[in-house]
Design a protein around this ligand. Structure first.
Ligand SMILES: Cc1cc2nc3c(=O)[nH]c(=O)nc-3n(C[C@H](O)[C@H](O)[C@H](O)COP(=O)(O)OP(=O)(O)OC[C@H]3O[C@@H](n4cnc5c(N)ncnc54)[C@H](O)[C@@H]3O)c2cc1C
Length: 365
């Protein structure tokens, strides 16, 4: 049994940042994470490099420092190296199966600037995790029940890799998608009327999506004056961008346009074959021979998505605290995670904003 002041459920960016802020404020805390890794939706994977240690983002890759003050400050404070998304060169557009893709000599610069991190977005969570004392984060520990009935500490029950774990905490910060809170954690007493259904109704941002990264030995698209940006109504990828690691190999990435049910039916091998055939149509025969291909299907990941996320929302949802409140039971249960952020909900910036708001509630207690 572990006794602590604050228990944070979820070691995504929001939970880890909350833990770092709590640590800075002198509040003892533990972080309970279901996966055997930290980062949640942030996942940057390495490939064997001829030199350097490039990593490729299968989750978020971009932040927008010109309009996201928390991300800008944190990246600066942690001394992380950022660089702009590659947009220099022509773009390709594939409108139908009946004709060849169209090439346009000039692309467009996105405003505000989309920025990436050297080493991938994982560099950010790794650096935030270094701000909490060793032993704070428990991996492979899935919270299944929270008992906040009696006065005194809240009891958290979790299934560990090897054995069950119980944590007693004065305050619990729930830094995981609202839908997962509603679907996977049994509360005793039950959550207040309507709150469980409100939480279950919040779509987890990007949870229904799949991303493919193809890593190459040479940026052959640049030889043709192309930036790597492409759009397609044919698929599998509907939106493609350069994903090259400045310290590693060049790469392209794309979001898959097929729904989760079709992806499940075809499996990752067929999806990879179809994706490479599409990249050949768009960028030429060199695209057929990647050094590595990664497919991440977030809809299949139970620590991100539920079956309700198979149909992603068409528009960016209007996120925020459910019924305007992040505290569920006085200061004993507090919501965090990007989907409850008062602004920039769904984004990395929102994950930070939600952590700051949750820790402010704890500190006020
Ligand atoms: C493909 C993709 C692309 C994206 N692109 C961008 C982008 O370019 N820019 C941007 O700003 N945002 C982007 N996003 C969104 C961004 O990833 C999220 O805003 C951010 O990572 C959310 O962080 P979080 O900590 O709130 O949640 P999460 O990262 O989901 O963290 C929640 C954590 O809780 C853990 N957990 C779940 N259930 C339990 C349980 N019962 N017990 C214990 N732990 C549990 C999970 O394993 C996870 O680690 C993208 C997301 C995806 C999937």
């Amino acid at each position: 049994m572990i006794r602590t002041n604050v228990a944070v459920v979820g070691a995504g960016l929001s939970g880890l940042y909350a833990a770092a802020l709590l640590n800075r404020a002198g509040r003892p805390c533990v972080v309970l994470e279901a996966r055997d890794r930290i980062g949640g939706r942030i996942l940057s994977v390495p490939v064997e490099q001829p030199a350097g240690n490039g990593r490729y983002d299968l989750g978020p890759a971009w932040f927008w420092p010109d309009m996201q003050p928390r991300m800008r400050s944190l990246v600066d404070e942690l001394g992380l190296a950022a660089f702009p998304q590659e947009t220099e060169g022509g773009v390709v557009s594939e409108r139908s199966r009946s004709g060849p893709p169209q090439r346009y000599a000039r692309g467009f610069n996105t405003e505000p600037r989309s920025m990436r991190l050297v080493g991938g977005m994982q560099t950010l969570v790794d650096a935030v995790a270094r701000q909490v004392p060793t032993g704070t984060v428990y991996r492979g520990v899935q919270v299944t029940a929270i008992n906040h009935g009696a006065s005194g500490p809240v009891r958290i029950d979790a299934v560990g890799d090897s054995e069950p774990l119980t944590v007693m905490a004065d305050t619990v910060i729930l830094a995981l998608p609202p839908r997962l809170i509603a679907a996977t954690i049994a509360f005793s007493p039950a959550l207040p009327d309507g709150l469980r259904s409100d939480l279950a109704a919040v779509p987890t941002w990007m949870a229904g999506h799949s991303k493919v990264v193809a890593v190459y030995d040479r940026a052959f698209w640049r030889d043709q004056g192309l930036s790597g940006t492409a759009s397609s109504f044919v698929g599998p990828l509907m939106e493609i961008h350069d994903a090259s690691a400045p310290e590693g190999r060049p790469a392209l990435f794309g979001f898959v346009g097929f729904p989760a049910s079709s992806r499940r039916a075809m499996g990752p091998e067929q999806l990879t074959r179809m994706t490479l055939a599409q990249l050949v149509r768009l960028f030429g025969p060199d695209a057929a021979k990647p050094a590595a291909v990664f497919v991440a299907d977030w809809a299949e990941d139970p620590h991100t998505a539920t079956s309700a996320d198979g149909q992603p929302p068409a528009m960016h949802p209007d996120y925020g605290p459910p019924a305007g409140r992040i505290e569920i039971d006085g200061r004993r249960l507090i919501l965090a995670g990007t989907e409850v952020a008062a602004e920039f909900g769904g984004y990395l910036e929102g994950a930070l904003a939600a952590a700051i708001a949750a820790v402010a509630w704890v500190a006020a207690g």
